[in-house]
Design a protein. Structure first.
Length: 447
């Protein structure tokens, strides 16, 4: 075989060296991110290859970014911005690139921005400013970072705060309305307090005189009255007595709503005994049997809870069945199991989990502890009621029976509900006509 001439070999070696040099240059350019595609010649034709490198993906991300992205020179000249930014400004790309960032900042934000920009030349800075474009203000949050030594520029990320500020304005408006409503409510409460004073003094005094003088007239002039006249006076005295009770009931309700609440550890057994002493005449007069289980010591307002038990027991005595001994049971149970908690009113359970910390636990403890409730029950064997009236009976002046059948003002159970609410709890009534009624009080544990 004849050897290839030396000249041809030297030419091929030179071509290979040139190709190797080109390849090395291409590799270096790829490493430095200077090219996104290159051509490779094969069989007298070129094939194009694209580079989906990390840098390329990053540039695509910046363009698709849901926030503004800029590169700024140390003088504040915009040398790069993504699509989001010039669309936010509603300006063409050509108007943004090559302009100075300071020209886009509102007058009231100039000092703040210059301080942030100066800090970013050697580190990082963040803050809120306002852009002003053709009379339109755009509130934004900016984050600036020096890109040195890799690049002699400052990177800037911009978040549009327009919607956030609009929501803040709406919330602020509602807060002002709420403050006005609260002030109006305070004024109304003050008026109610004034009414309570008037009711306790100015209204009761003339009422007592009506009762006193009508009694004197009836006693001294009785022989001069006809049967109809006597009946009128008896009715007048009865109406005055009912009005007296109604005023007293309203005052009790008002005091329950506005009195300062001071909780302290209270033995419910002692409160129960005091309630029975308070109702001793009714208990003995109607031969009532009260059965009380062992009750817990809870954090309560003693005077209010005493009134609560008195009202519930008095209610059970009032609505007892004629000819049958009234049997009233008072009990307490601690509800902890899932099946027990199903009986707790849903609104109270939701408030327990979602509301603020209880008076005995800081917020961090509320998250750790599981739901527990005390259930205090007052059960009777009286006339009961239809369950459809279970909510209505707690409303002011609501009565299920006529005044001729059962005396009362229609305020007692409303007071009970208010007292339980003051203790962050809930009260529920369960009734069966002719069987009896149960009033269940639910209090967060510990009470």
């Amino acid at each position: 075989m004849q050897a290839e001439p030396t000249t041809n070999l030297l030419l091929k070696i030179r071509e290979l060296e040139e190709q190797l040099s080109e390849a090395n240059q291409l590799i270096q350019a790829i490493r430095e991110g200077e090219v996104d595609a290159f051509a490779v010649r094969k069989n007298n034709s070129s094939e194009i290859y694209t580079l989906q490198s990390g840098d390329y993906a990053y540039r695509v991300l910046i363009e698709k970014f849901g926030e503004g992205a800029l590169n700024l020179t140390e003088d504040g000249l915009i040398v790069y911005c993504n699509t989001y930014f010039f669309e936010l400004l509603n300006l063409p790309y050509e108007k943004v690139i090559g302009s100075f960032i300071f020209d886009l900042v509102a007058e009231e934000s100039q000092n703040t921005f210059r301080e942030l920009f100066a800090s970013s030349l050697t580190g990082n800075s963040k803050g809120e400013i306002i852009f002003s474009i053709k009379g339109r203000s755009i509130p934004v949050y900016i984050s600036l970072t020096s890109l040195q030594p890799n690049l002699p520029t400052v990177g800037m990320i911009i978040t549009d705060l327009t919607e956030k500020k609009r929501h803040e304005e709406v919330v602020g408006h509602y807060n002002l309305q709420l403050a006005a409503k609260n002030q109006e409510l305070e004024n109304q409460n003050s008026e109610l307090a004034s009414f309570a004073y008037v009711a306790s003094h100015d209204l009761q005094e003339p009422l007592r005189k009506i009762q006193a003088f009508s009694s004197r007239i009836l006693e001294k002039e009785e022989e001069h009255f006809s049967a109809a006249g006597k009946d009128y006076f008896v009715r007048m005295r009865g109406a005055a007595a009912r009005m007296q009770k109604l005023i007293e009931a309203l005052l009790n309700y008002s005091r329950t709503s506005t009195a300062s609440i001071a909780f302290k550890p209270t033995d419910l057994n002692d409160v129960m005994e005091e309630a029975k002493k308070n109702l001793m005449d009714d208990i003995q007069g109607k031969d009532v049997l009260i059965e009380s289980a062992k009750l817990p010591v809870l954090n309560l307002v003693p005077l209010q809870f005493h009134q609560l038990l008195v009202n519930l027991i008095a209610n059970a005595i009032k609505y007892s069945k004629p000819g049958i001994q009234s049997h009233i049971k008072v009990s307490a149970d601690l509800l902890t199991t899932p099946s027990d908690l199903l009986t707790v009113p849903a609104d109270l359970l939701a408030a327990y989990h979602n509301g603020p910390a209880s008076r005995d636990h800081p917020p961090e403890d509320d998250k750790k502890r599981s739901a527990k409730f005390w259930k205090i029950s007052v059960e009777d064997n009286g006339i009961g009621f239809k369950q459809e009236y279970a909510e209505r009976i707690f409303e002011l002046f609501q009565r299920l029976h006529g005044r001729s059948e059962y005396e009362g003002t229609g305020v007692g159970l409303a007071i009970c509900k208010k007292i339980v609410q003051n203790h962050h709890g809930s009260i529920k009534a369960i009734g069966q006509p002719g069987i009896g009624a149960t009033f269940a009080i639910y209090l967060p544990f510990p009470g």
